[in-house]
Design a protein around this ligand. Structure first.
Ligand SMILES: *Cc1c(COP(=O)(O)O)cnc(C)c1O
Length: 416
């Protein structure tokens, strides 16, 4: 059972000030989860989480996480600027980008961010722009497929990210020649994993690589960045990850591989996005139409512009009809948005209680890669983002777009 963090009564109160659709985030849930993560890795004295800004690029969210000890993982100019604006700078920023424009490397270096290089050729590219910083990281891609026991988790061989092992070792040697003094290793091999084995398996691969690097080149890493990829159970039948077990699994690999090699001072970093925010966000929308043709349709006032994952990946997002939590799911609906795209459906053939016009629907697990992925197709506008504060009050942390925002780039042609 997935239970919303808002009740029907609360939403009826909120819509008096902020009409649907909107995204709402649960501050209490965000903070408690961030604390649990920190505790799970407290055995490692340099541990730090760099929240993947792309998941939920909102300054209020960044500030809350920063208060819980998190930095930011940025990958674009706008993300760097947002991080800077909330006062997260220097080594509190991990700049993990790819296909990076010169001006973004330059700005990241100016902020003192830790730059994570995606490719061997980026060494000279960066060096020509602003020189090689003393602290630098490299992204590794082992190629092939990534498996945990016999299950294929993902396909790094097809991914555009990172360097091969030979390139990686050459990169550290070259970076050292160019003056780098502290080195990091980064890898992201599978996304949205719902298993406690992902991080420990990845960690062991990276730890063994660190030992080999030391043996072959004498270079000792200062940090290993396990990046993102810890998932959440989008469907109600799945068990959530146990972050304490994950932290423990990484600790065991650390003690087995790094400590005996004299590398027990390495800091562990993470760059989680989905795990930090997804369950603590809802997209709240209202049923505005019902349509009975070859199928039963419920039309809502949100669309794929507000949440693209179902249209883009066929992703499942659980839906709760507020006030009907305990009614039997005896109807079968497609829940649709208004785009002129037949993939604009939040749910297909979903068993739900009878939905009436005016009902409020909570679409679950939209706190990460939800609002953020939005676009403006069909001239549809992005919604507001609200924060359910710890004291149960509600604060708007981003206003909804207006048509003037949509037309703003047409100045000279369009005077509103
Ligand atoms: C997207 C991304 C993340 C976060 O991924 P999640 O699946 O949200 O945890 C972390 N690091 C990098 C480099 C990314 O591109």
């Amino acid at each position: 059972m997935k239970k919303p963090f808002v009740t029907k009564e609360k939403i009826e109160d909120i819509v008096k000030s902020y009409p649907t659709p909107f995204h709402i985030y649960d501050e209490k849930g965000i903070r408690e989860n961030a604390r649990k993560l920190k505790e799970a890795f407290s055995w490692n004295k340099g541990y730090k989480e760099y929240f993947a800004v792309k998941a939920t690029p909102n300054p209020t969210i960044l500030r809350i996480l920063n208060e819980e000890g998190c930095g930011t993982d940025c990958s674009s100019m706008a993300e760097l600027l947002m991080s800077e604006k909330v006062g997260i700078v220097g080594s509190n920023i991990m700049f993990s980008s790819n296909d990076t424009p010169a001006e973004e490397f330059e700005y990241a270096a100016k902020l003192g961010a830790t730059i994570n290089l995606d490719d061997y050729t980026h060494i000279d590219f960066l060096n020509d722009i602003c020189g090689i910083p003393e602290t630098i990281s490299c992204r590794y891609n082992p190629g092939g497929t990534f498996s945990i026991s016999t299950t294929i988790m993902d396909n790094p061989g097809d991914a555009k990210y990172g360097m091969t092992k030979d390139q990686l070792f050459d990169a550290y040697v070259r970076l050292k020649e160019l003056g780098a003094k502290r080195f990091g290793l980064h890898s992201f091999l599978a996304s949205n994993t719902v298993t406690n084995e992902y991080y420990p398996t990845l960690a062991k691969i990276l730890f063994e690589l660190a030992v080999e690097l030391k043996e072959k080149t004498g270079i000792e890493l200062s940090f290993i960045n396990l990046s993102g990829g810890i998932g959440i159970p989008y469907t109600p039948d799945k068990e959530p990850n146990d972050i304490m077990a994950i932290g423990q699994g990484v600790k065991e690999a650390f003690e087995e591989v790094l400590v005996p090699a004299g590398l027990g001072d390495i800091s562990i970093f993470t760059e989680l996005g989905r795990f930090m925010l997804a369950p603590y966000g809802h997209l709240v929308t209202k049923a505005i139409h019902e349509k009975h043709t070859h199928k039963e349709y419920i039309g809502v006032d949100a669309c794929a512009v507000n949440l693209m994952r179902p249209a883009m990946y066929g992703a499942y997002h659980h839906i709760t009809v507020l006030g009907k939590e305990n009614e039997p799911a005896t109807y079968t609906y497609d829940v649709t948005g208004s785009l002129c795209e037949n993939n604009d459906k939040f749910a297909i053939d979903r068993k739900l209680p009878k939905i009436d016009k005016g009902d409020y629907l909570v679409i679950h697990d939209t706190g990460a890669h939800g609002f953020a992925m939005g676009y403006n197709y069909n001239g549809k506008l992005k919604s507001a983002e609200l924060l359910l504060c710890e004291d149960n009050s509600v604060k708007m942390i981003r206003r909804a777009e207006t048509v003037n925002d949509y037309f703003a780039t047409l100045e000279g042609y369009w005077e509103v």
